[in-house]
Design a protein around this ligand. Structure first.
Ligand code: AR6
Length: 169
């Protein structure tokens, strides 16, 4: 049985097996939660990201890749690339769904039990928070895993925290 939790705070401080990053296709870091993860996790994460780039090039929107978590307490960081909001005309919903699905699948392949997600795409990428939260909750609720037993939604801002509480009550 997979339990779903909501926490308000900084994802880099969480004690879970996997922290998910809302990255960009370059995998080379950025602002928001991506900036925080690289800052707190240290340079080993970027080193791994560069290796992945050398192997496969950039990371497509909706896809997910895994690196070390460096100095973070997690075992791994999964980097997934959310869609930029484009008024809903660029299959953003499907792309966002894929971020959650592909991250969960990768976590299972890694054989871990717990994973924490930020509110992918709802910051710099401008995805409407309500719609994004509905997708995140739907995908996680529908995902059946024999291995994962804890999924945490880490909400940084009050608005997302309130939305997730309503959706999961
Ligand atoms: N812990 C948890 N959540 C956080 C943290 C944190 N430390 N910091 C911010 N958030 P964003 P995006 C929340 O902008 O919209 C980067 O430059 C934030 O409040 O980090 O997917 C990448 O490199 C929001 O709810 O990611 C890309 O270029 C959520 O994390 C681009 O931003 C996502 O906001 C990706 O944009």
């Amino acid at each position: 049985m997979m339990t779903i939790e909501i926490i308000q705070g900084d994802i880099t401080k969480l004690h879970v097996d996997i922290i998910v990053n809302a990255a960009n296709t370059s995998l080379l870091g950025g602002g928001g939660v991506d900036g925080a993860i690289h800052r707190e996790g240290g340079p080993e994460i970027l080193e791994d990201c560069r290796k992945i780039r050398n192997r496969q090039g950039s990371c497509a929107v909706g896809e997910a890749v895994v690196t070390t978590a460096g100095n973070l307490s997690a075992a791994y960081v999964i980097h997934t690339v959310g869609p930029k909001w484009n008024n809903g005309v660029s299959n953003e919903a499907e792309k966002l769904e894929n971020c959650y699905i592909n991250s969960l699948k990768l976590a299972e392949e890694l054989g871990v039990k717990s994973i924490a997600f930020p509110n992918i795409s709802t910051g710099i990428y401008g995805y409407p928070k309500q719609a994004a939260a509905e997708i995140a909750v739907k995908v996680v609720k529908e995902y059946s895993s024999s291995l994962l037993d804890r999924v945490v939604f880490v909400c940084f801002d009050e608005a997302n925290f309130t939305l997730y509480q309503k959706l999961l009550e």
